[in-house]
Design a protein around this ligand. Structure first.
Ligand SMILES: *Cc1c(COP(=O)(O)O)cnc(C)c1O
Length: 356
């Protein structure tokens, strides 16, 4: 007789052996841990936003493929008209779809280290190996090493977050070009921080048949709505779209995003303010003698050798939540701060100065 629980009998070992994605409790804290835009919709727009939602038919399923919204997103994102779009419940869902689409191919997923954690988590959930190629001491891509690893591993998909999360670095365009040209599978350039980098690889879509682009509205100010999109050649997008659940983008998100894009200048102003605050916080950290990396995203990574955990806790005591990388083989002595409002950034810098 088996002494295994029903869970142990039924669930895949990878499920039993993993942990649910942990999100730190931020109750009562200044939240600088998750790359959210600190600004919400301005008060002046709230009533017209609610008016836009007023007639939402909650009893009906949402439009399964909202083409008008897709067109607006493509225009907003500067995606070439020849490319197709697919919407996801956050770009996380699109990463999951991409990985599950190739799960039978017997080929690994590849990225750099450090990088956005969901590539590894979602690959391993599908039972795929995830190979990450270390970035150098300054978080720069080692192109020859990366190309050699691609040749050795034959990855089904290469994910490159551009800029890189958590370092904020951008690999040179020439490196991305070389990777696209040499990749034996898909190359997904993840531009989650496009609003802050002001650079895009979108113009290269179509130049290589294996290049796809990911974007999200999360970091730009709409994280609560959960909307990301994948852009690429029709022959890829149409295949991947078969794995998308029919009504993955709910009606309130569809209407709210449509509304937000009609007021895109508000998001653009917020992004500009965050970029300028990023430069101020960067300068201030340098002035405090902290080793910090110039960033093209809405966050800064900095090193506090021997003190990262203690300073993370001290900041929390002072009411400020940052991201620590406890247990990460390479980043345990680093912290990442998301750029907040000027007042939040001042509070962070004052608390840090106190602790240093
Ligand atoms: C935050 C982040 C995402 C996830 O975005 P969602 O659209 O909110 O799921 C994707 N890629 C990178 C690199 C990120 O940092």
């Amino acid at each position: 007789m088996s002494t295994k629980t029903l869970q142990e009998q039924l669930l895949r070992p990878v499920v039993l052996g993993s942990h649910a994605y942990a999100v730190a409790d931020s109750t009562g804290l200044i939240k600088l841990d998750a790359m959210e835009n600190p600004y919400s919709l301005p008060a002046s727009l709230r009533q017209s936003w609610l008016d836009a939602l007023h007639n939402a038919e909650l009893n009906r399923y949402p439009t399964p493929r909202p083409v008008e919204l897709m067109r607006a997103l493509a225009a907003h994102g500067g995606i070439p008209a020849s490319m197709e779009l697919m919407l996801g419940n956050g770009s996380d869902e699109l990463i999951q779809i991409l990985i599950s689409a190739v799960a039978g191919a017997g080929r690994p997923i590849m990225g750099v280290d450090p990088s956005f954690v969901m590539y590894r988590i979602l690959a391993e959930q599908q039972g795929l190996a995830y190979h990450s190629i270390p970035l150098d001491a300054n978080f720069q891509l080692d192109l020859p090493a990366f190309l050699a690893a691609m040749e050795r591993c034959n990855p089904a998909i290469v994910f490159l977050d551009w800029p890189n999360n958590p370092s904020g670095q951008m690999h040179p365009v020439a490196s991305l070009e070389a990777i696209c040209a040499a990749a034996p599978g898909l190359v997904v350039v993840d531009e989650a921080y496009h609003a802050f980098s002001e650079l895009s690889f979108a113009e290269h879509l179509g130049r290589w048949p294996n290049l796809l682009l990911l974007r999200t509205l999360s970091k730009e100010g709409l994280a609560g709505l959960r909307l990301g999109f994948l852009a690429g050649p029709a022959n890829w997008v149409q295949e991947l779209d078969k794995l998308r659940l029919p009504y993955n983008i709910n009606i309130l998100t569809q209407k709210s995003i449509t509304f937000a894009l009609q007021h895109a200048e508000v998001l653009a102003l917020q992004a500009a303010e965050i970029r300028s605050q990023r430069e101020l916080v960067y300068e201030r950290l340098l002035a405090l003698g902290v080793q910090v990396w110039a960033s093209r995203a809405n966050f800064l990574l900095f090193a506090l050798p021997g003190r990262a955990a203690a300073i993370h806790d001290g900041l929390k005591q002072a009411g400020i939540l940052l991201k620590a990388f406890t247990g990460h083989p390479r980043l345990s002595e680093y912290l990442r701060v998301s750029i907040g409002t000027p007042a939040e950034n001042r509070a962070f810098l004052a608390a840090l100065e106190e602790l240093l």
